[in-house]
Design a protein around this ligand. Structure first.
Ligand code: F6R
Length: 608
C-alpha cells in the first residue's frame, strides 16, 4: 500500500512525479503529496484528494530533485497534515511505504530531544531521526543508514535534504522499491509502471538495500553496509498495458483481457504435447516426487483460488490439500509437515500476510515452496524455490479479476502435473485436458458476450442492501468470489454459502428483498442445487441463476436465468467467475461508486 516515486534530473521533475503518482494511485488514494528542492529550500504540496487535485495545486512547483507519495492511511486519518512527504525542521523530507512498529517509543524520545510532531503518522519519526543524525554533520547517506538501524518494521523510503540538491537516498526492507536508470537522471518507484514514461531500465532492490542516487551515478549498499552491484534489467511491461484505452474503468478492461491473459498464462503448455513439471521450475520434478500433501496460503481473492484448487488437487491428483488464510496461519500453532508443498498464491507477490505466512511455514521446517504469482520480480517469487508466473499483465483495478482466473489456470496445471506424476492421469486424459485448456480462452470470450444482459440485470440490484450467493462443491469458492466482488465495489453486503447450508441458518434471511444469486453448473450436484433453489423460491426469495446449458432450470416469476454458453467440466469455475465479475461491475456502475478505487481499500496490501 502507498506508492512512492522520486527523481533527480537536470529537468523539472514535478511532471515526472505527478505522472508516476497517477500510475501508482491504485496502491493507495486517500491523499497525495510531493516535495522538491528549489533555491535551497524544500517546497512541499499536499492534498487530501486524488492525484488530480495535487496536480492542480502544484501547477507552479518546480525542482530538479523531488519525492512524492500517494497514501493509504495506516497511522492517522486521511488528512493533509498526515499526507506525505513529512518534513523535519524544514530540512529533511521523507516519503514512506510500510509501518514503523516502534514509532511510539521513537516519537517520545524525539519529542524530548526537541522535535515537534505535526502529524499522527509513524513516518514522521523517520524524518526527525534522519535530521537528528544529519544535524551532527554526517552525510545524508550515513544519517539515513544510522536511522534505519533504529527502526523496527517495514519500509520503503525516499529521502531528500534542502541543502543537497543532487542527492536522493532511498532504502527498502519489507516494502517494494526499485531504481530507474535514465540518461543522466535517476528515479525511484514502488513499481515499474510509474517509470515507464521515463525509463525501462530498472534495478530491483534487495531487502535491506540503501541507495545514494545522484543525477549521474548511484551507489547501492546492502544490509551490512557493503557496496554492491545489482543487475540493471529492462522491463518488458508495455505502456499500453497500464492505460485505459477504450474502456471506462480498469476493472472492465481487465475483465475483458481474460481470454488473452489465460492464453498467455497457458501458452507454453498449450503449445506442447505433454505436461512437464519443469513449468514450475528446474527442481519441480524432484520436489513433487518428495511431497505427500499441499498447503496453500493466500489472502482474499487469491485464497478463493486456493479453495477451488483443493477440489481439483484432491479429486484429480489424489493429494491432500489444506487451504489457509495467510493472516490466520501465521499466528496459529499448526502441525508442520516437511513433506508438504507450501503454495503461496498472490497477484502482487507483495501481500504482507502471505509473505509472513510463507516465512512462518519455512521457520517450521517447510522446505518445499511454490509461488503462483503475477509479478515476476516480487518478494514472494524470490522467497520460493519453485514458481509459476501467471501472465495476466498489470492489474490496476483494486478488485482482482484476471489475476484470479489466471491463478486458477496455473493451479489446474499444478493439479494435472501432480496427477500425472502420481500415475493418476492416462495419456488420453492428459490430451483431453490439454484440449480443454486450449479451448478455454475462446470459451471465456463467449461468456463475455453476456455483458449486455448482465448490465440490464444489474439495474435490479441498485436499491438492494444485501445479497446471498450460492454455489456447491467446486463452485462454492466462486460464490465466495462473487460475493467479495459485489461487496468491495458496490458496497452491498453480500454473503456466500454452500447451497446445502442454507437451511442451517441463512434461510432465515430470505424474503422478497433478498436477491439470491446462484452458480448452477451442469455437474453432479445440479439436482441437489435445484432443491436448494426451490427452498429459496418457496420463501419468496428472488433468484438470479447463472445456469449451464441443459440444466433445465427455467425462467419464471422470481427466477431470472442467465444462460451460460457451455459446461466446461473441471474448468467450469473459471467460466462461472466471469458473469459474477460483470454483475459486480455493473451494479457498482448503478450505484455510482468508484469502481477502480473502492473506498478504504488499496491494491497491494503490504501492511499486516
Ligand atoms: C479482492 C482482492 C483482494 C486480494 C488480496 C490478496 O478483489 O483483490 O482480496 O486478492 O488482497 O492480494 P494478492 O493476490 O496480491 O496477494
Amino acid at each position: 500500500m502507498c506508492g512512492i516515486v522520486g527523481a533527480v534530473a537536470q529537468r523539472n521533475v514535478v511532471p515526472i512525479l505527478l505522472e508516476g503518482l497517477q500510475r501508482l494511485e491504485y496502491r493507495g488514494y486517500d491523499s497525495a503529496g510531493l516535495v522538491v528542492v528549489h533555491d535551497g529550500k524544500l517546497e512541499r504540496v499536499r492534498s487530501t484528494g486524488r492525484v488530480v487535485d495535487l496536480t492542480e495545486k502544484s501547477a507552479t512547483t518546480q525542482g530538479h530533485i523531488g519525492i512524492a507519495h500517494t497514501r493509504w492511511a495506516t497511522h492517522g486519518v486521511p488528512s493533509e497534515r498526515n499526507a506525505h512527504p513529512h518534513i523535519s525542521k524544514n530540512h529533511i523530507a521523507v516519503v514512506h511505504n510500510g509501518i514503523i512498529e516502534n514509532y511510539e517509543e521513537l516519537r517520545s524520545r524525539l519529542t524530548t530531544a526537541g522535535y515537534e510532531f505535526t502529524s499522527d503518522t509513524d513516518t514522521e519519526v523517520i524524518a526527525h531521526l534522519i535530521h537528528s543524525h544529519y544535524a551532527h554533520g554526517t552525510s545524508l547517506l550515513a544519517a539515513t543508514q544510522a536511522s534505519l538501524t533504529e527502526l523496527v518494521g517495514a519500509y520503503a523510503i525516499g529521502v531528500i535534504a534542502a541543502d543537497n540538491p543532487d542527492q536522493l537516498i532511498c532504502a527498502r526492507r519489507g516494502s517494494p522499491l526499485l531504481l530507474g536508470v535514465g540518461i543522466d537522471e535517476h528515479f525511484i518507484a514502488s513499481d515499474v509502471s510509474a517509470l515507464l514514461p521515463v525509463t525501462r531500465k530498472v534495478v530491483y532492490l534487495e531487502e535491506g538495500d540503501v541507495v545514494e542516487l545522484g543525477r549521474l551515478a548511484y551507489q547501492i549498499f546492502d544490509a551490512t553496509g557493503a557496496r554492491v552491484e545489482r543487475a540493471v534489467q529492462t522491463s518488458e511491461m508495455s505502456n499500453e498495458s497500464v492505460q485505459l484505452g477504450e474502456y471506462t474503468h480498469y476493472m472492465q478492461k481487465e475483465i475483458h483481457e481474460q481470454p488473452q491473459a489465460l492464453a498467455d498464462t497457458l501458452e507454453s503448455v498449450c503449445n506442447s504435447q505433454s505436461l512437464v513439471p519443469g513449468i514450475f521450475g528446474a527442481e519441480a520434478a524432484a520436489t513433487f516426487a518428495d511431497i505427500n500433501s499441499i498447503l496453500i496460503l493466500a489472502c482474499g481473492t487469491s485464497h478463493h483460488a486456493g479453495l477451488v484448487a483443493k477440489f481439483w488437487l484432491e479429486e484429480i491428483a489424489g493429494i491432500t490439500c489444506n487451504v489457509e488464510i495467510a493472516s490466520e496461519y501465521r499466528y496459529r500453532t499448526s502441525v508442520p509437515n516437511p513433506k508438504s508443498l507450501v503454495v503461496v498464491i498472490s497477484q502482487s507477490g507483495e501481500t504482507a500476510d502471505t509473505q509472513a505466512a510463507l516465512n512462518h511455514a519455512k521457520s517450521l521446517g517447510h522446505g518445499h515452496t511454490l509461488a503462483i504469482c503475477n509479478v515476476a520480480e516480487s518478494a514472494l517469487v524470490r522467497l520460493c524455490k519453485l514458481r509459476m508466473l501467471t501472465r495476466a499483465g498489470p492489474e490496476i483495478g483494486v478488485a482482482s479479476t484476471k489475476a484470479f482466473t489466471t491463478q486458477l489456470a496455473a493451479l489446474f496445471l499444478l493439479t494435472l502435473v501432480l496427477a500425472k506424476q502420481r500415475g493418476r492421469l492416462t495419456a488420453e486424459q492428459e490430451q483431453q485436458h490439454l484440449h480443454e485448456l486450449r479451448h478455454l480462452p475462446s470459451a471465456v470470450q463467449k461468456v463475455l458476450e453476456l455483458e449486455p444482459q448482465i448490465a440490464m440485470l444489474a439495474v435490479k440490484f441498485a436499491n438492494k442492501h444485501n445479497a446471498l450467493f450460492l454455489g456447491r462443491g467446486l463452485h462454492y469458492p466462486i460464490a465466495l468470489e462473487g460475493a467479495l466482488k459485489l461487496k468491495e465495489i458496490s458496497y452491498i453486503h453480500a454473503e456466500a454459502y454452500p447451497a446445502g447450508e442454507l437451511k442451517h441458518g441463512p434461510l432465515a434471511l430470505v424474503d422478497k428483498d433478498m436477491p439470491v444469486i446462484s452458480v448452477a453448473p451442469n455437474d453432479a450436484l445440479l439436482e441437489k442445487l435445484k432443491s436448494n433453489l426451490q427452498e429459496v423460491r418457496a420463501r419468496g426469495g428472488e433468484l438470479y441463476v447463472f445456469a449451464d446449458a441443459n440444466t433445465h432450470i427455467h425462467a419464471a416469476d422470481g427466477i431470472h436465468i442467465m444462460q451460460m454458453p457451455e459446461h466446461a467440466g473441471y474448468l467450469s469455475p473459471i467460466l462461472h467467475t466471469i458473469p459474477l465479475q460483470l454483475l459486480a461491475y455493473y451494479v457498482a456502475l448503478q450505484k455510482g461508486t468508484d469502481v477502480d478505487k473502492p473506498r478504504n481499500l488499496a491494491k497491494s496490501v503490504t501492511v499486516e
